[in-house]
Write a protein that binds this ligand. Sequence first.
Ligand SMILES: Cc1cc2nc3c(=O)[nH]c(=O)nc-3n(C[C@H](O)[C@H](O)[C@H](O)COP(=O)(O)OP(=O)(O)OC[C@H]3O[C@@H](n4cnc5c(N)ncnc54)[C@H](O)[C@@H]3O)c2cc1C
Ligand SMILES: *[C@@H]1O[C@H](CO)[C@@H](O)[C@H](O)[C@H]1NC(C)=O
Ligand SMILES: *[C@@H]1O[C@H](CO)[C@@H](O)[C@H](O)[C@H]1NC(C)=O
Ligand SMILES: *[C@@H]1O[C@H](CO)[C@@H](O)[C@H](O)[C@H]1NC(C)=O
Ligand SMILES: *[C@@H]1O[C@H](CO)[C@@H](O)[C@H](O)[C@H]1NC(C)=O
Ligand SMILES: *[C@@H]1O[C@H](CO)[C@@H](O)[C@H](O)[C@H]1NC(C)=O
Ligand SMILES: *[C@@H]1O[C@H](CO)[C@@H](O)[C@H](O)[C@H]1NC(C)=O
Ligand SMILES: *[C@@H]1O[C@H](CO)[C@@H](O)[C@H](O)[C@H]1NC(C)=O
Ligand SMILES: *[C@@H]1O[C@H](CO)[C@@H](O)[C@H](O)[C@H]1NC(C)=O
Length: 610
Amino acid sequence: MLSRCLSLLLSAGTALGAIYTSFPQLPTELIFDFIVVGGAPLPYLATKLELHAAGGGAGNVVANRLTENPAFSVLVLEAGPLPEGLNYSVPFFQSYLRYPNPRDWNYTTAPLTGINNQVQQYPRGRLLGGCTSMNGMQYVRGPNSDYNRYARVTGDPGWSWDSMLHYFKKSEHWTPPTDGHKTTGQFDPAVHGFNGLVGVSLSGSPLGLSEFIPRSLQVTQELPDQFPFNLDYNSGTPIGLGWSQNTIKNGKRSSSYTSYLAPEFIARPNLHVLLNSQVTRIIQTSQSPKRFMTVEFAENREGSRHRLTASKEVVISAGALETPKLLLNSGIGDETALRSFGIQTLVDLPDVGKNLSVHVGFSVNFFTNSTDTQDSIYLNETLRNMLLDEWIATDGGGVLGWSSSTQLSHWNRLPDSLFETFPDPSSGPDSPHCGAGPSDGLNSATSSGAHFISAMASLVTPTSRGTISLNTTDPFDQPIIDMASLTTDFDIAALREAMKLSLLFLSTPAWDGYILGPANNITNATSDADLEAYARAHSAPNAHVVGTASMSPRGADWGVVDPDLLVKGVAQLRIVDASILPYVLPANKVTWLPPLKPATTLPSFSRRWA
Ligand SMILES: Cc1cc2nc3c(=O)[nH]c(=O)nc-3n(C[C@H](O)[C@H](O)[C@H](O)COP(=O)(O)OP(=O)(O)OC[C@H]3O[C@@H](n4cnc5c(N)ncnc54)[C@H](O)[C@@H]3O)c2cc1C
Ligand SMILES: *[C@@H]1O[C@H](CO)[C@@H](O)[C@H](O)[C@H]1NC(C)=O
Ligand SMILES: *[C@@H]1O[C@H](CO)[C@@H](O)[C@H](O)[C@H]1NC(C)=O
Ligand SMILES: *[C@@H]1O[C@H](CO)[C@@H](O)[C@H](O)[C@H]1NC(C)=O
Ligand SMILES: *[C@@H]1O[C@H](CO)[C@@H](O)[C@H](O)[C@H]1NC(C)=O
Ligand SMILES: *[C@@H]1O[C@H](CO)[C@@H](O)[C@H](O)[C@H]1NC(C)=O
Ligand SMILES: *[C@@H]1O[C@H](CO)[C@@H](O)[C@H](O)[C@H]1NC(C)=O
Ligand SMILES: *[C@@H]1O[C@H](CO)[C@@H](O)[C@H](O)[C@H]1NC(C)=O
Ligand SMILES: *[C@@H]1O[C@H](CO)[C@@H](O)[C@H](O)[C@H]1NC(C)=O
């Protein structure tokens, strides 16, 4: 019936799909089958949602796939505006999208007890495409055994690697590098997709800016046991050092906005996007079964509240921080906690906001003898402008068509000796514990007038679990973000061992004549206790946060959603974002670190860990 109304409206030509920037622009006669709140799932999540789109609803992906069916009308409500300006499309300039950024949520963490009680900034995109419109663009699926663990933990074989691979391929549009170089030996075509929507590519400048890459590759021959070469870390078995794959298409960012909401999709008459509209609550519309079909939203704290009701489903894709906040403000969560805020509990789900899992890492910098590092682009405005002219003239070509994250990716197991003391939290022997290895340059746009190489350590199998909880009931206030990073004995020991691996990588003859000396006093850290103290002083939780509305088996007395992502105890309400993953994937490295001030003069130094 509703769809008939819709098709009548359509034939009257009054309801063409579009992107609206404020509520009054939204044609009042529109009726929506699906309302999607926010929208920016990771590529891997996107693919999974394609799996479920047949029976229901993932942010922009869901909206795209649902509107393939002309009978469905879909509205996406996004709190922020569109990405606008070159910094959002020039991949290298992603580092300019940190602070200050008008399209950021500007979160601060609760005091990080494992990181010397620091309160840190925590970047998060508030714009169409969410973090996929401002992130580091590394395309890392994670190990097959992690998907098989999702399948095991949820009781749904649909989450296994074998099931997921089809959707990875379906979502992916593998694209040749912009310089047209031969890519044989740099990836395995058998595990990629060539007809999907999300662009994925290898760097268009295969040797990068500097000697950094050939020297790194030399280490795979010098220390093949610790750092083997891996043809394709997206094959399901990521351990080793391989060529980075990024969500970049022809030298431009490929986000969930540029791919799933590309002009040809926005042109669909049944797809509508309303920007600058933050959903403040979802409202219960029936008791048996419980349904929450009405969304309430406003442009800002002072703005008037509007309401719209979906006929088939409400799909929440507000991300791992805002989704639990929205549920709690809507009366879905732990009864005791809700009562303390005077919120009536409509669905008692104690795990909303619990079980937060996030990577953690730190990085140390060394002065290098090379003058051809990524730092040059930040330091030298003439060079930067020349490269930008090249990028514009060649429509994405040259060095700027590549993310400023490193061009090589490292995935490592930690030494077995660690697991004499601790249980192994990884999903299996082919799954990494850490990303440990160097990156070219200072790993931050903060220039200090010199050239660097950075040693990074990122723990990707953290055992610490944090929480998202309410601070106030005002939906425009940020929640309390307790990342709890480095609060278990395993996590700090593991991160220490990861840094040792990274320093080992830099200790080989491959780096002779390249590394001049430490720009931070890390080499003063000789004992395990020193290294741990260093890690506690300089770590940050990374941008990859999951688990705050976790999946669990159908009927389980824990978790927030079933394996088909429907909220437990509620009909027609789905969560389709990073919150639903019960374990963070061991994928991606350090993407965000508070600037570490390097020394400006060269201290006396020997590579004494060598
Ligand atoms: C600095 C940074 C670097 C990163 N680098 C990488 C990388 O290299 N590779 C990688 O795979 N991942 C990376 N990530 C992580 C990745 O981008 C996220 O995991 C991914 O976007 C999924 O996040 P999410 O599901 O939490 O949703 P988000 O991306 O946070 O999207 C949520 C969306 O919902 C909107 N929203 C929130 N609340 C509401 C509301 N109430 N009403 C309406 N709209 C709302 C938000 O504005 C946003 O658009 C990075 C993240 C950051 C911040
Ligand atoms: C990109 O960011 C840099 C650094 O913040 C800024 O100087 C520059 O103006 C931005 N460019 C655009 C096109 O917005
Ligand atoms: C975040 O801070 C920037 C200024 O740095 C501001 O322009 C923006 O509006 C803030 N974002 C939010 C959601 O308040
Ligand atoms: C900056 O880059 C330009 C173009 O490559 C080069 O000619 C110039 O020498 C560089 N300046 C410095 C200080 O290195
Ligand atoms: C929590 O709310 C209090 C009082 O409104 C405020 O002072 C504090 O800064 C808030 N904390 C966070 C993390 O936003
Ligand atoms: C740095 O490079 C220059 C030129 O290649 C070389 O002469 C010098 O010895 C190098 N310095 C170190 C410390 O290796
Ligand atoms: C290491 O410690 C020594 C003595 O405490 C100090 O002189 C030196 O500057 C430190 N090194 C760095 C790189 O800070
Ligand atoms: C490094 O320097 C900081 C600040 O100067 C100091 O507090 C710390 O103890 C030093 N660490 C080591 C291992 O020398
Ligand atoms: C957290 O996740 C683990 C693993 O999935 C699960 O066993 C546990 O019950 C969860 N705890 C909460 C509070 O959700």
